[in-house]
Design a binder for this molecule. Sequence first.
Ligand SMILES: O=C(O)CCC(=O)C(=O)O
Ligand SMILES: [Fe+2]
Length: 369
Amino acid sequence: MVSETSTQTNGHNAQLSLPIISITPYLLQLSPEVETQRANVSAAIHAACRDFGFFYLDISAISEPKETEELTELARRFFYSPQEEKDELSLSNQDHARGYARLKENVTNGKADNHEGIDFYRPVDNPDKTKPLWGENQWPTVPQFREKYEAWVEKMKMLGLVVMEAMAVGLGMTADEWKELRSSVDDSFWVMRAIGYPPLPNDHDGFSCGAHKDYGCLTFLHADTTLGALQVFLRRSGAGPDLSGLPAEQGDEEGVWITADPILGCVVCNIGEMWEIWSNGLYKSTLHRVVHRGSNYRVSVPFFFEPNLDALVKPLDAALRVQKKEKTALPSEGKAEKAKEYKPTVYGEFLMAKVGNNFANGKGKYVDD
Ligand SMILES: O=C(O)CCC(=O)C(=O)O
Ligand SMILES: [Fe+2]
């Protein structure tokens, strides 16, 4: 909530730590008091999206730690099974997107990532594995895996819609505007991934997962208790040189890499490129990466809440209103020319273009290389 975000430090300078925002008011029955709390939540999310593109979302109202611990335990059981068993669920059996990818099979920025993973997508009507993204999910035979993960999908889909509503309020959208936005995410083409990270060898100069921006709408990440692995790039001028000793994947951008360690009861939430378009750049999708140098085997479970395939994603009037208001508030820019607008895109076409490029060469999965 607003009053808490500036004081929660999570072990860092408050300016450089991700805010912690509870979604609980959006799950409670509406009353005048709850309405005020919701407005505070929305203002906090709006600020977090502008300043960080990342925040902790306290979801303790809908999930006990036991549930997420079970997810990581089930993933661990799968990743610890013999390699031949995991390979039976290989991406290549299906549409090259749904299934298991071996250690180093995934590539980011031209470098092999030091992780293995299994991906699931929203099921489709009339599956056809010869078509990009149109195959069937491949579930591990680990007892309870499918059941528990499918329950998580339902919960995250619900959470996605709730967070979208909170963001609509944060942008000052009217009820009709929210209704229209809602209709472009109410049949989300979601993706869920379980990722296993062995520690990086000491002399390894690469990354467990190279720096990238998520391309969709909202990511909700549950990770096990490993510290120091997930890093987020905060663009800040005057931040000084990057002392991480790692290749500068951020290019010439000035800023700092901070760690986003897990917090009990929270998922890490970040926005993808579709929100950058909806907000006309007011919200930025933020670079992040994983560098796991610990001695344990780390597991994370990101859920990607994405738009509907047929959603036309274009700058929202509410975001343009915010930008216009800010521009006219600046004395020097009183008669500013029309602000630059992001190009609209149909989510399904955008996704197919990303995946299609890789499909032809046997890599249906979207990789940012
Ligand atoms: O494992 C993590 O902490 C992050 C994974 C991630 O960024 C992704 O899969 O897009
Ligand atoms: Fe990511």
